[in-house]
Structures are given as C-alpha cells and as structure tokens.
Design a protein around this ligand. Structure first.
Ligand code: AMP
Ligand code: MG
Length: 339
C-alpha cells in the first residue's frame, strides 16, 4: 500500500510517501521568514504553502522513485491549525484524489503526532500513554487501539511550547524560543530560582500561564532595566523555567503510569525534541519498566509521514473521507473519548 501524506497546518509544508509502513520520502519545507515577525503570520503562511506544495509533491515522487499513479491512498491534515494554511494541503489532497480516482482521508493533526512513534523501528505497544507537547497543544492521552483514544488531560491555558516561546521572548532569545531556552538551560543552574508548578483540581490537566507570569514577575523585579541582564542570568532563568515545565509534565505522566495499565510511554510533538523532557521520560520508563518511544527530531516537529501513517490506519479501519471534508481550527470536542 502506497500512501501520500500532506501536512500544512502551520509553518511547515510537508509531503511524504509511505509504502507498507516504510518511509520512501518525507520532505519538509519550513517557513523561516516568520522569525522577523516574532510569530507565525497566518496569511503569509497560506501563501507560502501554496507556492511550495506542488513542487514539493513532485520532488517527493522523485525521491521515492515512484509515479503518481502508484499512490493508493491520499491523507491530508484537516485540523487543528490555521484554516488558511490547512486549506492548501487539504485541497491539494482532495484534488489529487479526484484526479487519480483514489480514496482520500482527512487526518487529525494531533492523531498524526500520537502516531509518529510508529515511524520508528521500536514501535509503541498498546495500550500506551502519549504526551503530545507542541506550540499549540499539551495533551496526555491513553491509546488502547487505533480507534480508542482517551484524553486524560490537557492544558487549561497555554501550551508547553507556547510557554517556552514566551519565556524566550522575555529574555530576548528570539522565535521560536524552545530550542534557545534549551540551549541556555544547558549552561544554567536549574535550582537558581524556584518557579511554581500549578496545582489543579483535575487530575491530569496542565497549566502554564501561572509559571509564565512568575517568570515575568521575577524578571521585572530583578531586572527593572532589562538591558542589564547578563547571559549567565538568562541561562539560570531558562534552566529554572525548563525545570518547572519538566516537573509539571512529570507529575501527571507519573500519576497516569500508576493509574493505568500501559505497556509503553511515548513523548511526541515539537517540544519532544527537548532533552530534559526526554530524560524525564527515560527515567520514568526505567523506573516503571515501560517501553519508551520518542521519535527522532525530524518526526517530533510537523511532518507528513505521521499524517500518512495515521491515514493508513484509518483506512485499514474502513474510515475514509469524501471530497466535502473541511478544515477545522481547534480540536473538536468529541474527537477523543474523555474519562
Ligand atoms: P509544533 O507546534 O509541534 O510544530 O512544535 C513547535 C513548538 O515546539 C514551538 O513552540 C517550539 O518552541 C517548541 N520546541 C521546539 N524544539 C524545542 C526544544 N528543544 N525545547 C522546547 N521546546 C521546543
Ligand atoms: Mg504540530
């Protein structure tokens, strides 16, 4: 089975071809120009997707060394994401499906991330826990099989990646801030400042806005003139903040490991590239004897291989979409089961 995957939910255009679960190509074109605006500009994102998607598709065929007629199934991200951006990949996919007379399946981006672990040689074993951490989402999920995914908890305010980006901005590290905060953390002292972990009434939810405010207050108090902040201070703030994020994530993941019988634990999404969070997962996997799956960095960020893979699983379960499939900006309420 040869599956074409298309992803255009935010600032990455990606086209991938999977054959029998093996990646023949996974091309990712990142829109680096948003950096100068300090964040993704939706309108510019859509236009950039539109310019690149057809040439990227042709290149993906060349890299995979196949003809487009060999494609058996087309999978494209339908949401959540920026609607104008999503429309580009979704419509490209629907048009291809129509012209090639092949089935089409609209894929939920978060489900794509959850399934990114299956692109690795070591695959998750059901039932497994997945923590999906990205610029837009922070979700703790229990995956029992392809069609039984339960949301245990999610962020009630900022996503983990968003908090990384905002703290990076506060200390002048630029956008996207996550990788920069990690880099500064490596030189800093994580016990320098005790930032808080939110206490919530719900068992598996997260909150990062209080932490973000605590960092802001600390900076305003200690550095009324931000020009005076030294590189070493930035490193300590970054390390202390990152440590608070790790503690917040660990608390809920550990609780879920204790309360649900799972075989594997998986860390996915853009923030999964963070080594401190990865190390925390690795510690938990050893402590509780669970199989650990963290995708390679290429598959942590947005990519079409994960969309193709998830699309294939939906197809195997007789789920296909028709050509009226539409985009959606937010995670639909009932897409995952809840506790
Ligand atoms: P995504 O939304 O899945 O595309 O992931 C992008 C988010 O991941 C952004 O908020 C980045 O700042 C964040 N991110 C990427 N790499 C890292 C890292 N090494 N540490 C923390 N956050 C990261
Ligand atoms: Mg993503």
């Amino acid at each position: 089975m040869t599956i074409l995957g298309l992803e255009s939910s935010c600032d990455e255009t990606s086209v991938s071809i999977l054959r029998d679960g093996k990646i023949l190509s996974n091309l990712i074109s990142s829109q680096h120009f948003h950096k100068k605006y300090g964040g993704v500009v939706p309108e510019l994102s859509s236009r950039a997707h539109l310019q690149i998607i057809a040439p990227l598709f042709k290149e993906a065929l060349t890299v995979a060394d196949i003809d487009k007629k060999e494609i058996d199934l087309i999978a494209a991200t339908a949401g959540p994401g920026l609607v104008g951006a999503l429309l580009v990949g979704l419509n490209f996919g629907k048009a291809l499906a129509y012209s090639l007379d092949k089935p089409f399946v609209a894929v939920n981006h978060i489900e794509g991330h959850i399934y990114s672990g299956f692109l690795m040689d070591e695959k998750p074993e059901f039932p497994y826990l997945a923590l999906a951490v990205s610029g837009g989402h922070t979700l703790l999920l229990l995956i029992e099989d392809d069609l039984n995914i339960t949301k245990l908890g999610s962020t009630i305010d900022d996503a983990a990646g968003e908090a990384f980006d905002k703290v990076a901005k506060m200390i002048g590290l630029g956008y996207p801030g996550g990788p920069k905060v990690e880099e500064y953390s490596e030189r800093g002292d994580r016990s320098a400042i005790k930032f808080p972990v939110a206490k919530l009434k719900t068992e598996y939810d997260f909150s990062f806005s209080g932490l973000k405010t605590a960092v802001l207050r600390y900076i305003q108090k200690e550095y009324p003139n931000i020009e005076n902040i030294q590189e070493a201070d930035k490193s300590d703030i970054a390390a202390s903040f990152q440590d608070a994020v790790v503690r917040a994530l660990r608390k809920n993941v550990e609780k879920a490991i204790n309360n649900f019988e799972v075989k594997s634990i998986s860390l996915v999404g853009g923030v999964a590239a963070n080594k401190a969070i990865g190390n925390m997962f690795s510690e938990l996997s050893k402590k509780y004897n669970k199989k650990l799956i963290i995708p390679d960095t290429e598959f942590c960020g947005d990519n079409a291989a994960m969309i193709a893979y998830r699309g294939g699983k939906l197809f195997e379960n007789n789920i296909i979409s028709d050509l009226t499939a539409n985009t959606y900006p937010a995670l639909p309420k009932n897409v995952f089961k809840s506790l």
